[in-house]
Design a protein around this ligand. Structure first.
Ligand SMILES: [Zn+2]
Length: 257
């Protein structure tokens, strides 16, 4: 990969900014405040591209290594390794209004990440070009046709549906890597599992669901606390020190057993 022709100090400055979420405009304001000349937007964009490319290469090489390790833990069935996984997603911002989300498939035995997928409701380049070509709809349409394969916007529905959509992508491409995620250990949210049941990713092979012990015990604990609170409202005491009472200790016992 050819490196951007920029002094090392500029490269480190831009990298440090990216690591803490500071874009070029924030870096420029920062430089102005302390009386420094800032690197140009063009150089910053070139460094940003370089960092992105190198991060992607590193991600792919780590995922390949993780898949190779996981293949040693399982027996092959019909050309594929059937792996038990956990699956979860996270968003850039909380409250189901985030423009970006990322989800990961993780091997339940080794804890290694087997695949990740980023979902985005936004593409900065599209936004800029839509503004620039707003009076030239034909040119904008032509530009969009060439830009589409590289567009960052890959999701059009709600932020909340990103996790399910990302699962469909990753389960759909798992066979490319010689893997089938045939057991999914749920975190208590069954939306993704329901979707995989409705649209099975593998021919004639169902994805089965396992429950995470931690999440199950958390749910039982909540239910037991609710029982105690509800009964208290009706004047019945389930707690107290009497033998067999549903004390905090008993609840902890239920958690663990
Ligand atoms: Zn775009």
């Amino acid at each position: 990969m050819t490196r951007v022709n920029a002094p090392e100090v500029n490269r480190s400055f831009a990298n440090a900014g990216l690591a803490v979420g500071m874009g070029h405009s924030v870096l420029r304001r920062f430089c102005e405040a302390i009386g420094l000349l800032c690197l140009s937007l063009k150089t910053h964009q070139a460094i940003q591209k370089e960092v992105h490319k190198s991060a992607l290469q590193s991600l792919q090489s780590n995922l390949t290594r993780a898949r190779d390790i996981v293949k040693q833990l399982y027996q092959k069935t019909e050309d594929f390794f059937h792996v038990a996984v956990t699956y979860d997603g996270t968003w850039h911002k909380r409250g189901h209004t985030s423009l970006h989300g990322v989800a990961a498939v993780i091997c339940a035995v080794s804890g290694l990440v087997l695949d990740v997928h980023v979902m985005s409701l936004h593409c900065q380049l599209c936004k800029v070009m839509e503004k620039r070509l707003k009076d030239r709809p034909d040119d904008l349409e032509r530009w969009k046709t060439t830009h589409r394969p590289k567009c960052h916007k890959n999701h059009t529905e709600s932020s909340g549906s990103m996790e399910v959509a990302a699962a469909a992508v990753m389960w759909g491409r798992s066979e490319q890597y010689g893997l089938r995620y045939t057991t999914m250990i749920s975190d208590g949210d069954s939306k993704t599992y329901n979707e995989l049941t409705k649209n099975p990713p593998y021919d004639g092979i169902a994805v089965t669901k396992g429950e995470c012990v931690n999440h199950v015990s958390k749910r039982i604990g909540t239910q037991l606390r609710n029982v105690v609170a509800d009964e208290r409202k009706r004047g019945v005491t389930l707690g107290g020190r009497a033998s067999g009472a549903l004390t905090q200790v008993m609840r902890i016992f239920f958690y663990l057993s």
